[in-house]
Write a protein that binds this ligand. Sequence first.
Ligand code: PMP
Length: 420
Amino acid sequence: MTASLLERKRRVMMPCLYHFYGDNPLELVRGQGMTVWDREGRQYLDFFAGVAVNSLGHCHPEVTAAASAQMNSLQHTTSIYLSELPIALAEDLVRLAPEPISRVFFCADGSGANEGALVAARIATGRPGFLAFRPGLHGRTSLTLAATGVAMWRADPFPPPVVQFVEHPALQPIEEHFAALEDVIQTTGAERFAAFIAEPICGNGGILVPPPAYFRRLKDLLNRHGILLIADEVQTGFGRTGRWFGMEHWDVSPDLMSVAKALGNGLPVAAWLATEEVARAVTSPQASTFGGNLVAMAAARKVIEVIERANLTSAAEAKGRFFRALLATVNDPRIAEVRGKGLMIGVELRQEDGSPDPTLCDALLMRLRHCGILAGKTGAHRNVLTFEPPLIVTEAQMEYAVSQVSEALALDCSPLAGSR
Ligand code: PMP
């Protein structure tokens, strides 16, 4: 069944549409809480949550009920009419976002949110260009692809030449990093940069965490040059890292931020947010057909309510600490580092000579799948085994996952037929 589905996929879907597990992709047909089921009825603990989306677990009954009720009353009107739900959700977001963020524009995915923020930064500053981390990932639209510093995700062969990259601060001595950044700004001219777009914790680039005082110092530097800071919170938002938003770990307020993924727990909803000053500069009329979609809004409001009520943000912090400590007890020289914040966790795999080991990462992903665990992989070299489970994950489930990582490593890890 799954094999013939793969055939059909190969006939009609774009060949660029990527999946995990190579020639043996996984077809999932049902989900509940931490668990998903494949067509043959095998069950898996989902430690990747649709790439950091299903933070409340799959098919959360309250979110489903809120979305269903809205489906049965009014599904869609669009932003040219007035509705209460988008306004109420914007009020929620402004309440949760770091001050002085005070305005919200809804759209349908993370790429659109980042593109909106980048364009708003240009309008607000009257400057054309951007700074970004290498590695980093911001989306599939023209500007967000240009700002994406991971080669395999940079699909456009002719990205607009408006982005300058700096090495991620987790990969470089900090003084060298700031010297290189100052140098780029001085030699290019500060007046060419509208904004620096940064993930608080780099997700696709391999769960890279900047050092403790990093964003404070970065923000001061950017302020001196009149360059705005855009926090791409698409992956780090809504409790994942143990705070509502990733930037809170550095106690820094960005000028703009983007959110998506976990906000809808599976329904497509995203937004870019800005300070009053930036928002007031964006005056030409704009609308988004699906931005503010009522079903997505109803779901997102419920998601926020449940995270707050169940205190899932602090739960993510405590569970993440527990999970990382357990992973750190796995004694294998091929584990170069266990890192992350909250439940955004990477296990970097390296060969004996220190070079990245994407083959081992693929073999582990496949072995974990065979023992009922779905994990992810990230990193510019695809050698970071990644765990971003729903925030409802239990200690017993984390213990099981770590025991399976340990057993998989103890086996002869010759590559299994597997994922790319
Ligand atoms: N920014 C970050 C940090 C992401 O992780 C992603 C998606 N993985 C995006 C932007 C793009 O989001 P979307 O796929 O919803 O367009």
